[in-house]
Design a protein around this ligand. Structure first.
Ligand SMILES: Cc1cc2nc3c(=O)[nH]c(=O)nc-3n(C[C@H](O)[C@H](O)[C@H](O)COP(=O)(O)O)c2cc1C
Length: 168
């Protein structure tokens, strides 16, 4: 197990466009009994409802969605480039079918009962504040539905209050 230090959020200099959009992240949710993780490249960080938050977008079909829906917490974790293949694996295999953790060479760890991959170098621990289904009638740009949701596998936007940032 790696040792993580609390990281003051005011010192965070991450660029969400590169960190999430290009380098990708792992969203992890569940309990010690059962925990799942998946790769995301859509999402962000910001301020909402008087809190520092993350927001992520999870399609209906993802096994990880069941864990986020059932629990109160999730984490958003960033790994260095040596784990790129692991992120590719977690973004193309479902925990319904495989033991993703061992197949990807990752280890679930917990802080305040919130799961994250121990191999991460930056972890944002979140308390779920809102689950907002993205439906066809929410699009003002009518191209989005046909471009991204031909199969009707819609996203839910989850907003999470940032409880802790940890770095190693
Ligand atoms: C680079 C990359 C980014 C992804 N981003 C997202 C995302 O933001 N939201 C989403 O629902 N799925 C995303 N996916 C797809 C899921 O990671 C993928 O379907 C995964 O196998 C789901 O695993 P699960 O069924 O165990 O939850 C992404 C996949 C890759 C490779």
């Amino acid at each position: 197990m790696h040792t993580f230090q609390p990281y003051p959020i005011d010192l965070l200099e991450m660029n969400p466009f590169t960190k999430i959009g290009r380098e990708w992240a792992l969203v992890t949710s569940g309990t010690k009994a059962k925990v799942n993780t998946m790769t995301v490249s859509w999402g962000g960080v910001g301020v909402l409802w008087g809190k520092n938050v993350t927001f992520i977008f999870i399609r209906d079909s993802r096994y990880t969605k069941e864990f986020i829906d059932q629990g109160e917490f999730f984490s958003l974790a960033f790994l260095d480039e040596t784990y790129h293949a692991a992120l590719q694996y977690c973004g193309s295999h479902s925990g319904r079918d495989n033991d993703k953790w061992s197949e990807a060479g990752l280890t679930p760890a917990f802080r305040h009962s919130i799961p994250y991959p121990d191999e991460a170098n930056l972890v944002i621990l979140c308390h779920k504040m809102a689950a907002v289904p993205i439906t066809e009638n929410t699009f003002t740009d009518k191209n989005i539905m046909s471009k991204w949701y031909g199969d009707k596998d819609m996203h839910t936007m989850y907003v999470g209050e940032i409880l802790d940032v940890m770095a190693r």
